[in-house]
Ligand binder design. Structure first.
Ligand code: GLY
Length: 392
């Protein structure tokens, strides 16, 4: 090779890498956390004093839609407040987090409505207990875990996710993997040991039935109530029964990574890597924020789902810590950071509204929550920022 050309290539390579690492180092996590605290302070000023909490800001509006403790997303806002307390150690956030968590107390003693009890009670009281060790929170978490376990069907080997919506059998949705964390935690913190077995069985049954041969996830699996056999895979919030709904795959990556953390069973770790692999390989967007469904028909003219990116970035940071493969670890870390930087640079709400992020998609087929701000995107974004900060 011509020497000058060789030198040019080496120089470009070094500059390119410097450019990346400078950009990487210039990413200021503290600044992003301060931004989240400022936005949350604005939100606190507009929440009605009626036990509700903020869920969504529709596209084109600047005003939150508020929900009661019964809504599946009711745990995310108190969870964000706990994260802000963790980030700042400012008692102001602890007081607000406690207040908004306590609104959810009835969930621990009501009949189980659906699988979302984990999202609701573990993201609120679970974070609260982690940070304060308040025994009242623990009591509520343990009772809720027992409530969630009532939805377990031993003939199938999974929790029924939506008892109110039979869909022709016992339904289990991939999102349900996230709620196993509540059961694992309870089984290890004074609750019934059987909760651990239920969580493991749910994860094993899901691993066996919920995925296509290429490791992409169905949203919903319908099982026969009596025989426990799988009837079919279908969608509810994705584009089609056979498509890869972005948030569904995100829940799967996060859920199996968490299940490995709780069980240390290598089969769950191997599987989490496979789920991450197909997600990363199919991700075609330059900024690593996915379209709401990887098979949506009008890509690139389809809405994004920032919430899926937030969930995946947080999961990849954890998954990176479980591999000794240097290349894989570097890939997970680089891509997770790039997702977090993209969300921070180009998806923050600032003056549009007081959420943290724009551009999430909740339920496109139902025409609801399209390209808007949603509390679970904010929750996992904040979690990812805190995880990144701990890594550094
Ligand atoms: N768990 C419902 C959703 O992800 O939209």
């Amino acid at each position: 090779m011509n020497t000058k050309f060789f030198c040019l290539i080496v120089t470009l390579f070094i500059l390119g890498n410097q450019g990346y690492s400078q950009k990487d180092n210039s990413f200021n996590i503290k600044k992003q956390l301060e931004y989240c605290a400022e936005q949350a302070s604005k939100t606190l000023k507009v929440i009605p004093n009626d036990g509700t909490s903020p869920r969504t800001v529709p596209n084109g509006s600047s005003e939150w839609k508020f929900v009661t403790y019964k809504d599946w997303t009711s745990g995310f806002w108190p969870g964000e407040l706990w994260f802000l307390y963790e980030a700042t150690k400012d008692k102001k956030w602890e007081k607000e987090a406690d207040k908004f968590s306590r609104f959810l107390t009835p969930l621990s003693v009501s009949k189980a409505g659906d699988h979302d009890l984990g999202f609701q009670v573990f993201n609120s009281f679970g974070n609260g207990y982690r940070l304060t060790k308040n025994p009242e929170y623990k009591e509520i978490i343990l009772k809720t875990a027992d409530t969630l376990a009532t939805l377990f069907n031993p003939k199938v080997g999974t929790i029924q996710s939506w008892p109110h919506n039979k869909m022709g059998g016992h339904n289990t949705i991939i999102d349900n993997m996230m709620n196993l964390e509540l059961l694992f935690w309870a089984s290890k913190n004074g609750g019934n040991k059987k909760l651990y077995d239920i969580a493991v069985k749910h994860a094993e049954t899901t691993m066996a039935n919920h995925f296509r041969p290429d490791n992409t996830s169905y949203h919903v699996i319908i099982y026969d109530f009596e025989t426990g056999k799988k009837i079919k895979g279908r969608t509810a919030q994705g584009y089609s029964d056979d498509s890869m709904w972005a948030r569904g795959q995100a829940w799967a990556i996060y859920g199996f990574t968490m299940t490995y953390r709780e069980t240390k069973d290598a089969k769950f770790l191997d599987f989490a890597h496979k789920l991450a692999r197909v997600y990363l390989d199919k991700l075609t967007t330059e900024d690593l924020i996915p379209y709401w469904d990887f098979n949506a028909p009008n890509i690139p003219n389809e809405p994004r789902d920032a919430s899926a990116a937030a969930i995946v970035s947080s999961a990849l940071l954890e998954l990176s810590s479980y591999t000794k493969d240097k290349n894989l670890k570097a890939e997970y870390l680089t891509k997770a950071k790039k997702m977090i930087v993209s969300l921070s640079d180009n998806y923050q709400s600032h003056d549009v509204n007081s959420a943290f992020l724009l551009h999430s998609t909740g339920h496109k087929p139902a025409g609801s929550e399209i390209d808007c701000s949603i509390n679970y995107a904010d929750y996992y974004y904040l979690e990812a920022l805190l995880r990144l900060q701990k890594l550094k």
